[in-house]
Write a protein of this length. Structure first.
Length: 582
């Protein structure tokens, strides 16, 4: 079903969409690179991808459909699960008897067509569409899923029998029976699936006096998802305890557990924490997508000098690489990304973690268990005897772990770990407070990466110019100057331009993205331990002195990196300020 090069060229020439000289130049380049004429025209900007698809559809005689203003019936849309539709860009939009019409970006994707045919048992008629149509249909998916989940929860919540007085005295058998009650099972299952669809990182189930509040953390911000009657609380907690293999009749002490769930597109691990509160047990579940592959330093938001410093440190065979930041700042993801780069056949990598958040091939991963005395320190002590080249310790929490990590680095290992501090420079005094000798620290520490996460603006954003008065309220001229220099060094701004010429952006809310943001990216500072920094560590060891020297040597601070990303239109200045001041 491919369009021949001759047919494609003939149609483009006849249509007048592209100038003849541009077509001839693209044809020469296509032959040199052994690519299609259409792909070269798209890469040159002479045609958009959607225009090329329309041309191919016309030449092949395949109907082209526009779904931008088309309301698809929810029952037809649901024939292809949302994760599959999003991953493979295929939307079911019309059913007629035993045939189902599907809109696709690639009608040659026979595997997806065959998969839908087997799932539905219908004859599939592929139709070509464009990216805007797919995006519009996916918005309808979100709405229909929300409606479906809302209906299920409200329906099932009404079927829950009222808990009698003295429910705190229920036996383990009574609680187990409650956890297996069909309405409770459906409600919990729906809450979990809803969270996965919404892209949530955490689920909070909070008992109150007259109701249960469910909140999802999406892109770092908590959102109210739904409320349930208070009668549902004991059953929901019991159900989650059963899934996590926790004690049903223990309501006075906190409990931690874990369970897994598979959907069509994801395998998700839920890390569960249950805490007794005044009105009952509060449950928080962290969602962990179980794949540590596919990350890149660029995708995490690293660039320029910051990325070069990390790559240089990763080429060393000994020493310590630290990632610092508060809880939820993406430290573990950065660690796994670096591990993925280091994960080569000629090295032995071992980790000790709490918990294992991503599973990686060819990496020996160990989870600590403090209840039986298996701590980070004990795990690290054992790992050194396993002949590793590279060791990853989930977190340096105490002096014993810090001391063992230093010793491992001194004895020929590359050690990667995280530490809870507010800045990269703050990690060094923190380690010294833990009892690490400064002379050992300067011998082993390579770099410290400080980071936060900021929300990314959607494509629908509003440009504006940040005048001098507004800039003065946000940061110093020096900070804006450093960010602008980074833009110049990476050739992102034109020669001769100034900061006044650069547009910044405000978020624009939309039905799909209520806040105007989608997904997150890191803002970083990478502190390299240079000879001058080593002298300061040995003599002064204050974070202010270390940071001042690092800036003199070209370190981009987190705030300056945030301004750099705001100037590139990746995020907003307001979002950078929120992340830095939290």
């Amino acid at each position: 079903m491919h369009v021949s090069e001759a047919e494609l060229k003939e149609f483009i020439v006849d249509s007048g969409l592209v100038a003849k000289k541009d077509i001839d130049a693209a044809e020469v380049e296509a032959k040199e690179k052994e690519q299609s004429l259409g792909d070269i025209l798209v890469s040159r900007g002479s045609l958009t991808e959607d225009a090329l698809r329309r041309i191919q559809a016309y030449v092949l005689g395949i109907p082209f459909v526009n779904l931008k203003d088309h309301k698809v019936e929810p029952n037809i849309l649901a024939m292809i699960p949302e994760p599959i539709a999003r991953t493979h860009n295929i939307i079911a939009f019309r059913k007629d008897g035993e045939t189902l019409e599907v809109a696709m970006l690639d009608v040659d994707d026979l595997a997806s067509i065959d998969s839908v045919r087997k799932k539905t048992g219908l004859k599939i008629l592929p139709r070509l569409t464009d990216t805007e149509s797919i995006r519009s249909a996916l918005v309808q998916y979100q709405k229909s899923l929300k409606d479906e989940f809302g209906d299920i929860i409200s329906t099932e919540a009404g079927k829950i029998s009222v808990i009698k007085e003295g429910a705190d005295d229920l036996s383990g058998d009574d609680l187990k029976k409650m956890a297996e009650d069909l309405p409770i099972v459906r409600i919990v299952d729906t809450l979990l699936k809803h969270a996965i669809v919404q892209g949530a990182s955490d689920i909070h189930i909070e008992p109150m006096e007259t109701e249960v509040l469910v909140r999802y953390r999406i892109d770092g911000i908590l959102h109210d998802a739904m409320t349930l009657p208070a009668t549902a609380a004991p059953g929901i907690v019991a159900r989650i305890k059963v899934l996590s293999n926790l004690k049903l009749d223990e309501k006075r002490l906190p409990q931690d557990g874990r369970f897994k769930m598979e959907t069509e597109a994801d395998r998700v691990s839920f890390r569960v924490s249950i805490l007794p509160t005044f009105f009952g047990e509060k449950t928080v579940m962290r969602l962990l997508r179980e794949t540590g592959e596919g990350f890149t330093l660029e995708a995490l938001g690293l660039h320029g000098e910051n990325m070069e410093r990390i790559h240089h440190a990763l080429k060393q065979t000994t020493g310590i690489i630290l990632v610092s930041g508060p809880t939820g700042s993406g430290k573990t993801t950065t660690l796994y990304t670096m591990l993925d780069i280091l994960n080569q056949p000629d090295v032995n990598i071992s980790t000790v973690e709490d918990p294992i958040e991503y599973q990686m091939k060819r990496v020996n991963q160990t989870q600590v268990n403090p209840q039986i005395g298996f701590t980070f320190a004990n795990g690290l002590r054992s790992l050194v005897r396993q002949d590793p080249d590279i060791i990853m310790v989930g977190e340096i929490r105490d002096s014993e772990t810090a001391s063992l990590a230093i010793n491992a680095a001194l004895t020929g290992h590359l050690v990667l770990s995280t530490i809870h501090t507010n800045s990269a420079s703050g990690a060094i005094p923190r380690l010294i407070d833990m009892g690490v000798e400064p002379f050992l620290l300067v011998s082993t520490l390579r770099i410290v990466i400080g980071q936060r996460l900021v929300r990314k603006l959607t494509d629908n954003k509003a440009p504006y110019k940040l005048d001098k008065a507004m800039r003065d309220k946000i940061g110093t001229d020096e900070q804006f100057g450093v960010a602008f220099k980074a833009l110049e060094d990476e050739k992102i701004v034109k020669q001769g331009s100034s900061l006044d010429d650069i547009p910044f952006y405000h978020p624009v809310p939309s039905p799909e993205f209520e806040d105007g943001y989608k997904s997150r990216i890191g803002i970083h500072e990478v502190l390299a331990v240079t000879p001058s920094i080593r002298d300061i560590i040995l003599k002064v060891s204050t974070s202010d002195a270390i940071e001042a020297q690092a800036k003199k040597e070209g370190m981009l601070s987190m705030f300056e990196d945030g301004l750099y990303k705001a100037a590139r239109g990746i995020t907003s200045v307001e979002e950078v300020l929120r992340a830095i001041t939290e």
